[in-house]
Design a binder for this molecule. Structure first.
Ligand code: PMP
Length: 422
């Protein structure tokens, strides 16, 4: 059993100062979270000195592990030159050029500071471009914490039983229409029934905030077809999948090109960032070129952009995606064997470096995922911590692999799964 005395003391203080004792809901592990002291490579160490193999990886950005030396150096070099100017930089041009070369859906883009801003601004751009108001979001999809998308939202919103937030006037979400993932008939019906006012479909191409749940068959191609036929802007929210499934994200992996893309997490090398981009005629409508207003003090923050450039360099030079896919496949097949050996009716989902054991049937959508044993998963989570492995503290969050995970890490992790899956 790990002891968390210092974490508990911090939590008792934090609860009086920070809602739930945390700065973001997913971190509020019950009865209290561990407070982190440091992290390096695949390992994270708490204030009580416990060390865990990390599969949470800050919820996605740390694909190269913690404190990657190349990214670290890029940040230090930038700090020496100052870290915020309020002027354009060469760094932005370099990273924009790189992103545009990797994502055929992106002719132009804007840097912002978070994934939340990315989807908020992308939806505004799509609405400005089409002159229409409604959009479709997938049930259980999570696109950050702004008003229009906090309806049946996944991630922490579902974990804490609040997929619809208080404080959002009904008027702000009346144009947010929901359909189930992997149900092309439902999407087609809703688009056709609302054609006069349908601006966009926004979706995570792989539903990462409730699983991962994968697209079945040609689902993404069919989504592309029906949106194209009806002049609806298709936005792939690749805040998780961008640079994780491939350099060109899920759109490269599945060969489907949306009209707009949102990015975040990995592209900042672990510092705050967001990106929204798309077809020139859409993004050219953003201020000051056009009349869709968008702005930010920290947008294109030099340290974040420098870290992002360094991260992409390493990802590309070291051809990490092939290696991560191989490790992911190995992890998934070993977990499947463990479950079969134990005669459990659990299922292993995943793709590339994303994986998860579902405590129930393999889900195809949000409603399926909700049927899994989330309480059982939480008990399992604590048992894994005791075994020195930090998996995300919810059935509804994806486990991530990084290039920093060693064979020894994987072996220990599989042993921990074998000991704790019941
Ligand atoms: N979109 C997706 C797909 C995400 O997973 C997240 C965050 N988990 C966001 C948007 C919001 O990003 P941020 O937390 O940087 O605001």
């Amino acid at each position: 059993m790990v002891t968390l005395d210092k974490s508990k003391d911090l939590f008792d203080k934090a609860k009086m100062l920070l809602p739930g004792g945390v700065s973001s809901p997913v971190r509020a592990i019950k009865p209290y979270p561990f407070y982190t002291e440091s992290a390096k490579g695949s390992h994270i160490t708490d204030v009580d000195g416990n060390e865990y193999i990390d599969y949470c990886l800050a919820y996605g950005p740390k694909i190269l592990g913690h404190a990657n030396p190349v990214i670290r150096q890029a940040i230090i070099d930038q700090l020496d030159k100052g870290w915020l100017y309020g002027t354009p930089t060469q760094l932005e041009v370099t990273l924009a050029e790189k992103i545009a070369s990797l994502y055929p859906s992106i002719d132009m883009l804007r840097f912002i500071s978070t994934g939340t801003e990315a989807t908020m601004s992308a939806l505004r751009a799509a609405r400005g471009f089409t002159g229409k108001n409604k959009f479709i979001k997938i049930e259980g999809g999570f696109h950050g914490a702004h008003d229009a998308v906090l309806v049946k939202a996944g991630s922490g919103a579902t974990t804490h039983g609040e997929p619809d937030s208080l404080g959002i006037p009904a008027d702000f979400t009346k144009n947010t229409l929901q359909v189930a993932y992997n149900d092309i008939e439902a999407m087609t019906e809703v688009i056709e029934a609302n054609q006069d006012d349908m601006a966009a479909v926004i979706m995570e191409p792989v539903l990462g905030n409730i699983g991962p749940i994968l697209p079945e068959g040609d689902y993404l191609k069919e989504v592309r077809k029906v949106t194209e036929e009806n002049d609806v802007v298709l936005i792939f929210d690749e805040v998780i999948t961008g640079f994780r499934l491939a350099m060109g994200g899920a759109q490269e992996y599945f060969g489907v090109t949306p009209d707009m893309t949102t990015l975040g997490k990995i592209i900042g090398g672990g510092l705050p960032i967001g990106v929204f981009g798309g077809k020139r005629e859409i993004i050219d409508m953003i201020s000051p070129s056009g009349s869709v207003y968008q702005a930010g003090t920290f947008s294109g923050s030099p340290a974040s952009v420098a870290a992002g450039i360094a991260a992409l360099d390493v990802l590309e030079k070291e051809k990490v995606h092939e290696k991560l896919e191989a490790t992911g496949n190995m992890m998934r097949s070993n977990l499947t064997d463990i479950i079969a050996d134990k005669g459990l009716d659990y299922n292993v989902s995943g793709i590339g470096s994303m994986f998860k054991v579902f405590f129930g049937d393999m889900p195809l959508n949000y409603q399926d995922a909700l049927k899994c044993d989330k309480e059982g998963y939480l008990q399992f989570f604590h048992n894994m911590l005791d075994s020195g492995v930090f998996v995300p503290p919810s059935q509804f969050e994806t486990n991530f692999l990084s290039t920093a995970h060693t064979e020894d890490d994987i072996e220990k992790t599989l042993d921990a799964y074998a000991a704790n899956l019941k």
